[in-house]
Design a protein around this ligand. Structure first.
Ligand code: ZN
Length: 246
């Protein structure tokens, strides 16, 4: 089976559409979404509707919870707070119900899925090897998929040597995922607001038969999303950062 792995769509429908079309040319059986469908971008309902066109599972992210009033917006910076307040007003009843039903952790095909980290699914960012090492203790499967940092990363734990390595993309592609004595924490990066200096939408294909993880980038019409954000009076800094990928 081939799974399309997406995270941090952040209501960026143009980026989501580009990822779906790109992934379709390779083929996939189902979508696994690692949270933050909404927040920042101009099309929260559109993204939630589009993902439901596919056989899919999803977990909740911090922006999803905040848009439901389940998190205190004081934990957000000024721009994120403004965008989230706007999102709360926009969400349809159906979107709200969809987000309410999202779990914080899931297991699919023997793989753990969560937004931030297995230890702290809503808030923790796994950016460093030290944090990854601690988090390997908080899940029992050999692989855990996370999002939240908006930076495509692979943490590989060699259990025989107790060594952990971090790989920032581009790493050797496709990455083998079922090596003996090896566990992985994999992050596909962000569809709707990349932060690694590359503005292209980021995603991955996990092939459970071939045992591979393939990270991919795809260009999309950033200016369409920016125009839609301007029309909705979303914060200027959130609009300009899309073209920089930061
Ligand atoms: Zn996010």
């Amino acid at each position: 089976m081939r799974f399309l792995i997406i995270s941090d769509i952040h209501a960026n429908l143009a980026a989501l559409q580009a990822v779906l079309s790109d992934a379709k040319t390779f083929g996939f059986d189902a979508v696994w979404c690692l949270g933050d469908l909404v927040g920042y971008g101009p099309d929260p309902n559109g993204c939630i509707e589009r993902i439901q066109d596919f056989d899919h599972v999803a977990v909740a992210g911090n922006h999803d919870w905040a848009s439901l009033g389940k998190l205190n917006l004081e934990h957000f910076n000024v721009d994120a707070r403004a965008a989230n307040t706007w999102t709360q007003e926009q969400l349809s009843e159906a979107s709200r119900e969809y987000l309410e039903a999202l779990p914080t952790h899931l297991q699919q095909e023997g793989i753990t899925l969560t937004h931030g980290s297995p230890r702290e699914p809503i808030w923790e960012y796994i950016l460093e090897v030290e944090q990854a090492l601690i988090n390997f203790r908080y899940f029992t499967t050999s692989i855990c998929l996370v999002g939240h940092t908006h930076i495509p990363t692979a943490f590989l734990l060699d259990e025989s040597k107790r060594q952990c390595h971090a790989y920032l993309s581009p790493y050797p592609a496709p990455l083998p995922i079922y090596s003996p004595n090896t566990r992985l924490i994999l992050n596909p990066g962000s569809v709707g607001q990349p932060r690694d200096g590359d503005p292209r939408a980021s995603y991955a294909i996990l092939d459970s038969d071939a045992g591979t993880w393939e990270h991919r980038r795809v260009e999309y019409a950033v200016e369409i999303t920016q125009e839609r954000m301007r029309a909705r009076n979303l914060p200027r800094r959130l609009i300009t950062r899309l073209q920089m990928g930061r």
